[in-house]
Design a binder for this molecule. Structure first.
Ligand code: HAM
Length: 432
């Protein structure tokens, strides 16, 4: 007996059939246009990295619980990249002396995290990463992150009421917990950890996660943070911190923007963030996960290089992109139905003329798929097949058409047929 293998992909990973792939490509090609308009340049890195670069300064949860980590055949401790930022920092540091600043780069890496697959979270996802590096990040560069995000959302048809960019300052929060709440380093780390999970975890589960501080202290801090939308008020005890002025300037610049909101409970899970941190959340009640996240990291690059360089950037995943578009009805028709490709239903007996027509159409920029059959079976099998492809037009070439060097152009919706020369057919298709 033949044993058949399972056809489903590995848990939490996806097969991209053409309609899924078109959506992912729509995301990457449109995003690419937006980020390149801001001067971002493409880069990429390896899927495998030495484990140490993630241990240096990333998220403990990601390193200890979510990485695919193994020893390679040469005895090296390696991980499949769970995020791009450490690779990006390593690459910038490797050539820090010759790069031109501010440096703006983008990439679309696929990343693997050993997470429990759920809505908005899978084990493999693709992520648009945009990062800016300079010797000193000024508030205007921080603002550029928000402008980029708004431009990206706009390009996919999102309205400013469809999402909110929530932001905070991780360094100031740390100073606040230290000065006002007298928390030691370990306790502050735990508060960040709990805050990052508070919105997506049941209270009794969250309570069990509190080890270094009492949960009631955490609740007090959380309520305090949630009670204020004003950076000047919440950070009044730490206004002497050097970063306060820049953060206040940024807050004032964005205060008029309805889709940008200060939220001191946003802290983000990565330990390398030192300053501004932000997340984009969908305002739709059925899609509450963060759809994009990022922040500023002043010390990550110095793990690899003596040159002092600060960075800021964000990651936007394809899974949350898809959920966002679906829930707001923003998936364009041509993604689900590739109506732009023409079906060329033709007889095998007149192949030389058929191929000549296909070449001419392709040279004119018209996509054209061949459906060949015997002359007498052409309509029976071919028409049905062409209709299944959801094409707007169909071209038919049988022995009669080839004999007169013409073709039949059928408009699928109206079933209207026109006998045309190839040149005239191209004109119709280019305008239609
Ligand atoms: P992150 O918050 O871990 O940040 O991920 C950013 C975005 O990637 C999330 O908001 C979500 O859209 C998507 N994402 C993350 N994990 C998953 C998952 N398991 N399944 C599906 N989508 C996911 C970072 O990765 C930072 N390295 C971003 C960054 C770039 N910071 C500065 N530069």
């Amino acid at each position: 007996m033949t044993i058949r293998l399972a056809t489903q992909p590995y848990k939490g990973a996806r097969d991209f059939y053409p309609a899924d792939m078109r959506l992912r490509q729509y995301w990457s090609t449109q995003s690419q246009k937006v980020v390149e308009a801001f001067g971002y340049e493409p880069y990429d890195g390896p899927v495998l990295e030495r484990s140490e670069i993630f241990e240096a300064k990333t998220s403990e949860e990601i390193v200890s619980e979510q990485t695919y980590r193994f020893t390679d055949r040469g005895g090296r401790d390696v991980v499949i990249r769970p995020e791009m930022t450490p690779t990006f920092a390593r690459m910038v540091a490797a050539k820090s002396g010759e790069l031109i600043y501010p440096l703006r780069w983008y990439a679309f890496p696929n990343l693997l995290r050993y997470e429990r697959p759920q809505k908005g979270r899978l084990r493999e996802h693709w992520q648009l990463n945009c990062d800016l590096v300079a010797p000193k990040i000024i508030p205007e560069y921080e603002l550029e992150m928000f402008r980029l995000i708004i431009a990206l959302m706009q390009t996919f048809g999102a309205k400013p009421t469809d999402y909110v960019i929530r932001y905070n300052h991780r360094g100031l929060s740390d100073a606040l917990f230290k000065n006002a709440y007298r928390l030691n380093k370990g306790q502050r780390k735990e508060v960040f950890y709990l805050l990052d999970r508070a919105d997506k975890t049941e209270p009794d589960v969250l309570k069990k996660m509190a080890k270094d501080i009492s949960f009631s202290v955490f609740e007090k801090i959380h309520d305090h943070l949630k009670s204020s939308q004003n950076p000047g008020e919440i950070f009044q005890d730490v206004q002497s911190e050097t970063s306060f002025e820049d953060f206040n300037t940024l807050s004032q610049i964005v205060s008029e923007q309805p889709c940008i909101k200060f939220d001191p409970s946003i802290v983000r899970g990565f330990e390398y963030y030192t300053g501004l941190v932000f997340e984009v959340v969908d305002t739709h009640p059925d899609n509450r996960r963060a759809i994009l996240g990022g922040g500023r990291y002043d010390n990550l690059i110095s793990n690899f290089s003596k040159q002092s360089l600060q960075g800021i950037g964000f990651g936007w995943g394809d899974v949350t992109f898809r959920d966002f578009l679906n829930i707001h009805g923003l998936v364009p028709d041509e993604i689900t139905k590739p109506t732009k490709t023409v079906s060329l239903l033709a007889s095998r007996d007149v192949l030389p003329f058929v191929l000549q027509v296909q070449n001419q159409l392709q040279e004119a920029g018209i996509s054209c798929r061949l459906l060949l059959s015997e002359s007498d079976k052409m309509f029976k099998s071919g028409l049905k097949n062409a209709l299944k492809h959801l094409a707007k037009y169909m071209i038919i070439i049988g022995p009669d058409e080839a004999g007169s060097q013409k073709l039949v152009l059928k408009t699928i919706q109206t079933r209207e047929d026109k006998i045309l020369s190839v040149t005239d057919c191209i004109k119709v298709l280019q305008t239609g």
